[in-house]
Design a protein around this ligand. Structure first.
Ligand SMILES: *Cc1c(COP(=O)(O)O)cnc(C)c1O
Ligand SMILES: [Zn+2]
Length: 408
């Protein structure tokens, strides 16, 4: 088994760099680097059905993943999450073609596990021993877990209102965790300063080439699930955009391998009304997004006022004939409950936002009941317990002969 990784390439200026040494952003222009593979050789030698028969998990795609030596893989069993028919939720919405990819079942409860399994594995291979991350919580928890397994020193910087469970989780994994008076972009600036002075390796979203290689496996799984075709639409809760950009890259690589045809899903961005830089840029016809002022939403993972990969996200949305939608916190709260009640999925607020977007796009006619549509529930609501307001439950007395009268 060998990886067909060949080099790193800048997505903006096209400069190439060795993949055998650590890199973050393009040293020449400061934009995002992509891992490139020798897909021609891979096409001649790889059999997609053989990969499909391997034991479950995202590392079964080893040949088109960036780690050279399988011994360097740091895994907790991430990937191959359930792709669930929306069932009763679909019935209520009048579509039998709605699916939910439940990423909340990943280790550490979110799809950040995929990206950080890839990034930490590659970093270990390259001899890196300390890593730093700005995070709304889930990425920090995932980095802390994989870093713990790899025996690395992990530094993390999170907004002060980070959900309690994510903070506790990182502490248990032994990370050096700090709260920041500010948002994730402020934390990002601090990480960059610390990296310069302390020698940490910066694993911020898309400022490091390998997290998206982990997230691209979501796209590989979709292609395989649908019999090497792709759905009509994918709705993705977009913060930094790693998953959307990663899946789009996966589809390109799959076509190069000859495993799928040219058909692509409409790539649909959903953001919160209180923080919608990509939606704004999309509507304004721009390729780069401006910093979104006073960013606020109950969905921490998409409270990202500025993203280095904005042009990659917007290019994918436009090239695919997709769109970008902003939804309100009230819709998100309503749809967290609805995903739970009608589909049995305990969705994070970000995951619920995809349902809110789906409803809007059905109402506007952008999507039809016949469109095979995948909603990404990117994390588990176990991490967002403080958002969920359950009523106080009645307490029954087992010695009260009339206890059953109190049961509806
Ligand atoms: C990080 C995160 C997102 C946003 O993912 P990106 O790939 O950075 O756009 C969405 N939802 C949850 C739960 C997250 O943790
Ligand atoms: Zn460049």
């Amino acid at each position: 088994m060998r990886s067909y990784l060949s080099y790193l390439e800048c997505t903006a200026c096209g400069e190439t760099y060795s993949a055998e040494e650590p890199h973050t952003i393009c040293p020449r222009c400061g934009k995002v680097l992509f891992a490139r593979y020798d897909l021609e050789a891979a096409k001649a030698q790889l059999d997609r059905d053989a990969l499909a028969r391997r034991p479950r998990g995202m590392w079964r795609w080893f040949e088109i993943m960036p780690v050279r030596n399988p011994d360097h893989i740091i895994t907790l069993g991430e990937g191959d999450t359930p792709l669930l028919p929306a069932g009763r939720l679909g019935e209520v919405l009048g579509s039998g073609k709605l699916w939910i990819k439940d990423e909340g079942l990943n280790p550490t409860g979110s799809f950040k596990a995929r990206g950080l399994s890839a990034a930490v594995s590659k970093a270990k291979e390259l001899g890196i021993t300390s890593m730093a991350i700005p995070s709304a919580g889930n990425a920090a928890a995932a980095l802390a877990a994989y870093g713990a397994r790899a025996g690395m020193r992990i530094y993390q910087f999170m907004p002060q209102d980070v959900p309690e469970m994510m903070r506790k989780e990182s502490h248990q994994y032994g990370a050096h965790a700090y709260l920041v008076r500010g948002l994730i972009n402020d934390a990002g600036r601090m990480v960059r300063e610390g990296t310069k002075r302390k020698g940490w390796f910066d694993v911020s979203t898309l400022r490091e080439p390998y997290r998206q290689e982990g997230k691209k496996t979501m796209g590989l799984e979709l292609a395989e699930h649908f019999g090497w075709t792709l759905p009509d639409a994918i709705i993705y809760p977009t913060g930094g955009g790693t998953g959307l950009v990663g899946m789009w890259k996966a589809f390109h690589e799959l076509e190069q391998l000859g495993w799928i045809g040219p058909k692509r899903p409409k790539m649909i961005v959903v953001q919160a009304e209180g923080c919608a830089p990509i939606v704004r840029a999309y509507q304004a016809g721009q390729r780069h997004a401006e910093l979104f002022p006073n960013a606020h939403t109950i969905a921490p993972g998409i409270r990202v006022p500025v993203a280095i990969g904005d042009y990659l996200i917007l290019d994918a949305v436009r090239a695919s004939g997709g769109t970008a939608v902003a939804v309100s916190d009230a819709e998100i709260m309503r749809d967290m409950r609805e995903m739970a009640r009608l589909a049995g999925v305990f969705a994070s607020p970000e995951g619920a936002a995809t349902l809110s977007a789906y409803k809007r796009l059905r109402a506007s006619g952008f999507l039809s009941p016949d469109d095979v549509t995948v909603l990404f529930n990117c994390g588990s609501a176990f991490k967002n317990a403080e958002l969920i307001q359950a009523p106080t439950l009645p307490v029954l007395d087992p010695n009260d002969p009339a206890w059953l009268d109190q049961v509806a």
